[in-house]
Write a protein that binds this ligand. Structure first.
Ligand code: UDX
Length: 452
């Protein structure tokens, strides 16, 4: 099929490259010339494992082209997928980019004779596609929905695994305005093995996406809340508690006497909180939508509140031990919101560093690939903030270390390096991945989330 994709950010580019690799003719459109130039020069504007290789391949075979020319892209395709950003701002989702894209596509559809399907892939609150997007498309095109197709097709892509998640989806959700829209959209996903295609209405598709993210985020906050209770009680370790709870076969079944270990149980581990470009933004947007729709949410509201407290609890515990953080050098092991990504958006490390700086501490952050992105949020001044990729520099003469991101590099740090390099031997394990006994054996005071 001929597909145009509006927005070459994280979702749009992954979608474009993967669909092109499945044999579709894809046109990626973005208003930013520099982004289009990068793609045409075979450089991905974002870092995502496996994306660049695949992008180069599909560009070289002519299956993917990139342009700023929206008009020719819509005219020369059968489907336009909107993948523009939907940030959270002023207490609700910001749909300006969606509205603008819908208006521009609609204006082009006015002159288009052939049937064309508009698909919203961006995460949008329920009713956005069947009200705002539909109305704008109708006004701009002078046509009625039905004359053009309308679908909502959410993505479920994890950063770092986006290409794999796209190519091997668990399910393909297609919210459709009418049957013709659905049937056309279905062809996009032919050849995606046996992933079930879920045919729902537009607003249900929107809700599925929010529910999926809100559930996973809530699991994390639940585990963190249990961890907080454990912290207040001597000799209970949340790690032992949750490991045992998740051995229930309803969470972790056995097949041929082997535990399946579904990835979902990893979201039931206590830590210093969730971050990233999706969970915080999407849960907040769902809360705001829910209130607007007439229901004041309880659980997901607490999910956000627990998550906000979680990073700061690391600092409180450290302060109790060191008495004051003023002038103390604190090594932050990990800046990215999770391992294997350079993304620091909403990372717990931001709240941790800001809190340390407020208390007069000297912060030495290390991360294998996220330093540059962190520089844009909390710049290095070499007076109170330093960044490096070398953990030895960070640990040298440190008064404490806080592990924020469970990068393999940090899990592998020999325990003697902590004891030999640090000035005061205090380590806060914000992900419960370090070797507690090994650290204690070399004289380090180990403080773990969910452990008193
Ligand atoms: C998430 C959803 O998983 C994805 O389906 C959706 O489309 C976008 O949002 P992503 O933001 O890449 O993807 O992050 P994910 O890997 O799910 O991690 C989110 C948060 O959960 C992170 O803060 C991470 O630290 C935490 N997490 C993740 C865990 O606590 N345990 C894990 O096993 C994985």
């Amino acid at each position: 099929m001929k597909i145009s994709i509006i927005g070459t950010g994280y979702v749009g580019l992954v979608t474009g490259v993967c669909l092109a690799s499945k044999g579709h003719d894809v046109i990626c459109v973005d208003q930013k010339q520099e982004v289009i130039d990068k793609i045409n020069n075979l450089i991905t504007p974002i870092y995502e494992s496996g994306l660049e290789e695949l992008m180069i391949k599909v560009i070289k075979t002519g299956k993917l082209v990139a342009t700023t020319d929206l008009k020719s892209s819509v005219m020369n395709s059968e489907i336009s997928i909107i993948a523009v950003g939907t940030p959270f701002g002023n207490d609700k989702i910001d749909l300006r980019h969606i509205e603008k894209s819908a208006w521009e596509i609609g204006s082009i559809l006015m002159d288009k004779e052939h049937y064309h399907v508009v698909c919203v892939k961006s995460t949008v609150i329920p009713t956005t596609t069947d009200t705002l997007v539909k109305n704008v498309l109708e006004s701009a095109s002078g046509k009625k929905a039905g004359d053009f197709g309308l679908t909502m097709n959410p993505e479920f892509l994890r950063e770092g695994k986006a290409v794999e998640d796209f190519m091997y989806p668990d399910r393909i959700v297609i919210g459709a305005y009418d049957n013709r829209s659905f049937e056309t959209m279905k062809h996009v996903y032919e050849g995606f093995f046996d992933a079930p295609i879920i045919n729902v209405n537009l607003r249900t598709a929107e809700m599925i996406k929010y529910t999926a993210n809100a559930l996973l985020a809530t699991l994390i906050s639940f585990a963190n809340e249990i961890g907080s209770i454990c912290e207040k009680t001597k000799d209970i370790d949340v790690k032992e508690v949750m490991e045992s709870v998740t051995l229930d076969k309803r969470f972790n079944p056995r097949i041929n006497n082997q535990l399946v270990n579904p990835e979902m149980i990893n979201y039931l581990k206590a830590g210093c909180g969730f971050g990233g470009s999706c969970f915080p933004k999407d849960v907040k947007a769902l809360i705001s939508y829910s209130k607007w729709a007439g229901y004041v949410p309880q659980i997901i509201d607490a999910t956000i509140r627990v998550n906000k407290e979680q990073p700061l609890k690391m600092i409180n515990r450290l302060e109790e031990i060191l008495r004051t953080l003023k002038g103390k050098k604190v090594a932050i092991l990990g800046l990215a919101f999770k391992p294997d990504t350079d993304d620091v958006r909403e990372s717990p490390s931001i709240a941790i560093i800001n809190s340390l700086l407020e208390k007069g501490a000297l912060v030495y952050g290390i991360d294998p690939i996220a330093n540059q992105n962190m520089q844009k949020i909390i710049p290095e001044d070499r007076k109170s903030v330093w960044y490096s990729t070398d953990y030895k520099e960070a640990l040298k003469d440190a008064d404490a270390a806080i592990l924020v991101t469970s990068w393999a590099e940090f899990i592998d740090i020999p325990t003697q390096d902590f004891s030999q390099l640090m000035k005061t031997l205090v380590v806060v394990d914000g992900r419960r991945v370090l070797n507690k006994k090994g650290l204690e054996d070399v004289g380090v005071m180990y403080i773990g989330v969910g452990l008193s």
